[in-house]
Design a binder for this molecule. Structure first.
Ligand code: PMP
Length: 402
């Protein structure tokens, strides 16, 4: 028989397929290092204490629709969080709209830019979050990868990146991850960011920042927003800057994965008005989902607006990032003891993920022999490690590498 509309069965998403396999695995010592979601020291999902308290405040919240652009109070707080002191200088030249989390913000940026900026190409990092490919392909923009990570030096391939961006043409889009790069855990240094900002402006490229881990990387919201703020200063200070946008997710830093909380912020030079662009963003949102989800955004709004809850949230960020750093150190120590090799990268990489350098063969053996699940790229979610399994994982990794 023929498939309806000639559609062949699309390959399943690798990460979601592995997670299902893990769920079905009955082995007592199974370990999942796949999902990009925080787990506590017992391997359980963690409701942030700040969020738990905010939920008590919201017991009698309504279930009415939000406006098309979302909650104005949430958007103001979200904007302050990402832009910090610069937010006060963003007036008519900025437009913010609440989105269906970070994915929705990336998608809205792609739809909007494909329609109005009409870039010939979008440059995305190699490697990157897998959805960047799909989102931009769906928007009908040709996707080009720029070198980002060098497996030999285990650091950013800044020369490759600059050379690739040098090939871009005015109005092309460049996607940049704001911090805690997924999947490599390797970020640009501040001088490197400054170099990229210069090229983006000289080449008249439009930067789309994907900010999914603010506060998660270093535990400090301001240091993790440094690149976004530096580029925003450039938009405000440099003549003829094409502008930028920021796709902001609250999934990881508030642990609100399933609630779909996010925002898209567009920033253009101060002499221009973003009112028309705001209208167009709202028209796209209206046609796609009418208005964004209310509950998660109310939780973020409640936490960020209350000084006590905000202080608790910053402590929660510290708890998560500190546990992740501790696990990195322990994994490194145990791997170095078991292999006599240098595993410094596991400790120096930041954020939720580590690019271990394991090959797809190693990954298969880990799953078959030890019931340890990770992506074929060798990326592990460090959140899946805890005191109870780090020794087992290090021993298994050393064994499959023999
Ligand atoms: N961007 C990056 C780089 C990510 O890693 C993620 C989550 N894995 C997202 C965006 C979006 O996540 P969400 O839609 O849950 O906010």
């Amino acid at each position: 028989t023929q498939e309806f509309l000639g559609l062949s069965v699309a390959p399943a998403d690798t990460a979601f397929g592995l997670m299902a396999e893990f769920e079905a695995d009955t082995h007592a010592n199974k370990v999942s290092l796949v999902a990009g979601a925080y787990r506590d020291e017992n391997g359980h999902p963690w409701i942030l204490p700040s969020v738990r308290k905010a939920k008590e405040h919201l017991r009698d919240t309504t279930h009415e629709y939000l406006g098309i652009a979302g909650s104005p109070a949430f958007l103001r707080l979200a904007k302050d969080l990402i832009f910090g002191p610069i937010a006060a200088r963003l007036k008519n030249n900025a437009a913010s709209i609440q989105t269906v989390s970070g994915t929705g913000a990336n998608h809205l940026a792609a739809s909007f830019l494909a329609r109005h900026l009409r870039p010939k190409r979008v440059f995305i990092p190699s490697p990157t979050w897998i959805n960047h490919h799909s989102i931009w392909a769906m928007a009908g923009v040709a996707v080009v990868e720029y070198p980002y990570y060098s497996p030999t030096t285990k650091s950013v391939d800044i020369v490759g990146m600059l050379n690739a961006l040098d090939q871009a043409e005015p109005n092309d889009v460049v996607v940049l991850q704001a911090c805690a790069h997924n999947p490599t855990g390797v970020d640009l240094s501040r001088p490197q960011w400054a170099q990229i900002a210069e090229v983006v402006w000289q080449k008249q490229l439009f930067a789309v920042f994907d900010s999914a881990y603010q506060g998660f990387a270093t535990g400090h919201v301001d240091s993790d927003a440094w690149a976004v703020r530096h580029f925003t200063e450039c938009v405000l200070a440099w003549e003829n800057h094409p502008g930028l946008c920021v796709a902001q997710s609250f999934s990881k830093n508030f642990g609100l994965y399933g609630e779909r909380v996010g925002a898209l912020h567009l920033v253009i030079p101060q002499i221009l008005s973003a009112q028309g662009a705001r209208g167009s963003l709202m028209a796209i949102a209206r046609a796609e989902y009418s208005n964004p989800p209310r509950f998660g955004a109310s939780l973020v709004e409640t936490v960020l607006a209350d000084p006590g809850l905000r202080a608790q949230w910053e402590a929660d960020l510290h708890t998560m990032s500190f546990r992740i750093r501790t696990m990195r150190r322990k994994l490194r120590q145990r791997l170095e003891a078991a292999t006599q090799l240098d595993w410094a990268h596991v400790e120096t990489q930041i954020g939720m993920f580590s690019y271990t350098g394991l090959t797809p063969e190693h990954v298969t053996r880990l799953r078959e022999r030890y019931h340890i699940y990770l992506l074929p790229s060798g990326r592990i979610s460090v959140c899946g490690l805890n005191e109870g399994n780090v020794e087992y994982v290090a021993h298994a990794m050393a064994d499959v590498m023999k």
